[in-house]
Design a protein around this ligand. Structure first.
Ligand code: ZN
Ligand code: ZN
Length: 317
């Protein structure tokens, strides 16, 4: 399994899309790939025997030359994706930015694992988690500044004002694999922040580096990931509580059994039994209604529902 992204100007989007789809289909690639005029973002699995060919396709072909691959699970038997999707999007990371002078490639410098460990302990540096609240809730860097947002779009809106006290200090950004902090760092620089750094390949890159170099690990809890595994344990610390009873330490996400609700929430084992896998008594009650009443209610309530604070969302949505 691997992921990769690159901010780069993509011309002829439709041709590129079709080329990638056909080539990947032939190589047995599964997963999802988004392309936009600002670049490419992919999370895929690929049969090991085709990996060399795949690399050749990606590394030699403009505009995706020299992409860094982030291998998350080498040789694993688990199949996380069931089909291949190559989709054209407005942006590879939806940001809500409509400023045509913004240059996403004007990013800050990278910071390595040793430097970030130092930054975490430094009073003159703020380490900022640019992920959504449901991600930072279960795992984050020690002392990190986290934000109560559900999407990157909301984050971008709040970022500059949230960090204004740190405008003259060092700002270090991180996300899961680097794609969001790279854009956020360019956005802060665009807005006058001078000393902005970000971690190359995000938490995934950091964890790999501390392991390789034998450095102390300062990321605690779980790293939220956007495939069926949902989270990877980094340390045994449990940072969050069950969302139902509020007082049992728990960091396991579950989806509400009511398909019309589909809220993603943290649920301890005793609450899972008590609520039978539903996020609320409302959903439990709903599940027992006759089909035609359900249909009517879905039209009137669930569609309008915006209480999706913990709804699982793909990175770019
Ligand atoms: Zn509970
Ligand atoms: Zn529910």
């Amino acid at each position: 399994m691997l992921s990769f992204y690159k901010y780069t100007k993509v011309e002829h989007i439709k041709t590129t899309r079709d080329y990638l789809y056909d080539t990947f289909l032939n190589l047995g690639v599964l997963g999802r790939i988004y392309i936009a005029s600002e670049g490419i973002n992919a999370q895929i699995s690929i049969p090991k025997k085709n990996y060399a060919k795949f690399q050749k396709v990606m590394l030699n072909k403009d505009p995706f030359k020299n992409i860094d691959f982030n291998i998350t699970e080498d040789g694993a038997q688990t199949q996380s994706f069931v089909k291949l999707i190559v989709r054209i999007k407005d942006k590879i990371v939806a940001d809500g930015i409509e400023d045509s002078t913004f240059n996403v490639k004007n990013t800050g410098d990278y910071i390595n694992a040793k430097e970030i460990n130092k930054a975490i302990e430094d009073d003159n540096t703020v380490v900022v988690d640019v992920r959504n609240a449901y991600e930072s809730e279960i795992g984050r860097f020690k002392n990190a500044h986290t934000m109560k947002v559900d999407t990157f779009r909301q984050q971008i809106k709040k970022l500059c004002s949230d960090l204004s006290p740190y405008k003259n200090k060092k700002v270090v950004l991180y996300c899961t694999g680097g794609i969001r902090c790279e854009k956020a760092s360019a956005w802060l620089r665009h807005n006058g922040f001078l000393n902005v750094k970000h971690i190359k390949q995000g938490i995934i890159g950091y964890i790999r580096e501390v392991k390789e170099k034998g450095l102390p690990n300062k990321f605690i809890g779980k790293n939220f990931v956007f495939d069926d595994r949902r989270a990877e344990s980094v340390t045994d610390d449990i940072l969050s509580n069950c969302h139902i009873c509020k007082n049992t330490k728990c960091d396991d996400y579950t989806d509400c059994k009511n398909q019309f609700c589909d809220t993603m929430f943290i649920c301890c084992s005793s609450c899972a039994i008590r609520k039978k896998g539903f996020c609320s008594y409302r959903c439990l009650f709903f599940s027992k209604l006759p089909k035609n009443i359900k249909k009517m209610l879905v039209k009137n309530t669930y569609k309008k529902k915006d209480a999706l604070a913990y709804k699982r969302k793909a990175l770019t949505q």
